[in-house]
Design a protein around this ligand. Structure first.
Ligand SMILES: NC(=O)c1ccc[n+]([C@@H]2O[C@H](COP(=O)([O-])OP(=O)(O)OC[C@H]3O[C@@H](n4cnc5c(N)ncnc54)[C@H](O)[C@@H]3O)[C@@H](O)[C@H]2O)c1
Length: 359
């Protein structure tokens, strides 16, 4: 595979939390292909057709550990055993609608889980770089027509969004208190950043109440796709776009530990900021036959209508930029779902990463 990171990850000990999930499984596959020694920490996958299960990545990486990030002592023990050098923290309860049903668990996993990972990092000298994955929903959403910048205030209406806002505040606090760039080399050797992606789509996601899995489930059953919030506008991006940003950022943090330890937005270009209806139409068209049905209702749970990210900082300071427009993003996503039944899914993912890198 083309290595756009100049062999940086080859042989590095990299710990990924949430490796059994959608984004984490793609990250583990990419890191494995780059030659990293990947240790994954997560709960059991949700279904037999998750990307993690079908790709068999758990059997290829150095260690596939099933453990709960709410157990702080267990996290320290895992870090002590595997001595990671780079940590990508993705494990979370990531669903807005589910967070209304289980708000306490959402906070325990997202906020205290993040604190436990930072404490495990603090207790493990080998760690040099920590990239903490939050979300675009961490910002106080004022439904503005302009994108949120990295220094805009955190907030959140629903328990998921606000838990990620709270994660951001905790990350900022741990960076100031324990991993302060001003103390680098004297009191610690750590560089800690947080990253905020938009609405991520791609193959192998089967989460409840997310638009792409909803589309595929309906298309596979020959039903119309029911759209709850057709007019909601989101920054859509393929899963490989933010992962490319996280990998690039971690490399830069390793090379310049005091320069990049802050918050970063990894969203799409403006033309990929579009409605749920539009994205569902693109998925249906790329997949084949199917239809959409508007099932919006006035009494529905609150979900943001408009959410945009400003990505100027990542473009100018990291040299990162999105490669795919929303049409290509939908085609690459549909490609996985069209082929996962009859093809070797690990090879399918590698081919998709190669096709992405070719852009
Ligand atoms: N998918 C998106 O559109 C999107 C957008 C922005 C940010 N994010 C963030 O990216 C990260 C990954 O999201 P995803 O879509 O891959 O989610 P996912 O639900 O597919 O994966 C979540 C992962 O976290 C693990 N996990 C959950 N609770 C855990 C616990 N208590 N202990 C250990 N592991 C636990 C799961 O086992 C799984 O591996 C999350 O932090 C999410 O908030 C996702």
């Amino acid at each position: 595979m083309i290595d756009i990171f100049d062999n940086f990850y080859a042989g590095k000990r990299v710990l990924v939390t949430g490796h059994t999930g959608f984004k984490g499984s793609w990250l583990a596959i990419w890191l494995h292909c780059l030659g990293a020694q990947v240790v994954g920490v997560g709960l059991d996958p949700e279904s037999e057709r998750d990307n993690f299960v079908l790709s068999g990545i758990g059997r290829k990486i150095k260690a596939d550990i099933r453990a709960d990030i709410r157990d702080g002592e267990k996290m320290k023990e895992i870090f002590r055993t595997y001595r990671p050098e780079i940590v990508f923290h993705l494990a979370a309860q990531p669903l807005v609608r589910l967070s209304y049903e289980i708000p306490v668990e959402t906070y325990q996993t997202n906020v205290m889980g993040t604190v436990h990972i930072m404490e495990a990092i603090r207790a493990t000298e080998s760690v040099r770089v920590g990239v903490m994955i939050t979300t675009d929903k961490c910002y106080e959403n004022k439904e503005l027509l302009t994108g949120y910048k990295e220094d805009d205030p955190f907030g959140g209406y629903d328990p998921y969004s606000s838990s990620k806002g709270a994660c951001e505040i905790a990350i900022q606090s741990w960076r100031r208190s324990f991993f302060n760039p001003a103390d680098y080399g004297r009191k610690h050797q750590m560089s800690l950043a947080s990253v905020r992606a938009g609405n991520v789509i791609g193959g192998g996601d089967w989460a409840k109440d997310r638009i792409v899995p909803d589309c595929i489930r309906a298309l596979e059953d020959g039903r119309p796709v029911e759209i709850r919030s057709p007019k909601s506008i989101r920054p859509w991006e393929h899963v490989l776009e933010p992962l490319n940003g996280y990998l690039l950022l971690a490399k830069k943090m390793w090379e310049h530990p005091t320069e990049y330890c802050e918050g970063w937005n990894f969203g799409p270009e403006q033309e990929s900021v579009t409605t749920v209806w539009e994205v569902a139409s693109l998925i249906v068209d790329s997949y084949g036959n199917g239809s959409l049905k508007d099932v919006s209702s006035p009494g529905a749970l609150h979900e943001a209508q408009l959410l945009l990210l400003d990505i100027t900082k990542a473009k100018t300071r990291l040299g990162w930029k999105p490669c795919l427009d929303v049409g290509r993003c939908a085609r690459l996503t549909a490609d996985w779902y069209k082929h996962y039944r009859e093809q070797d899914v690990f090879s399918l993912c590698v081919r998709e990463i190669e096709s992405f890198l070719g852009k």
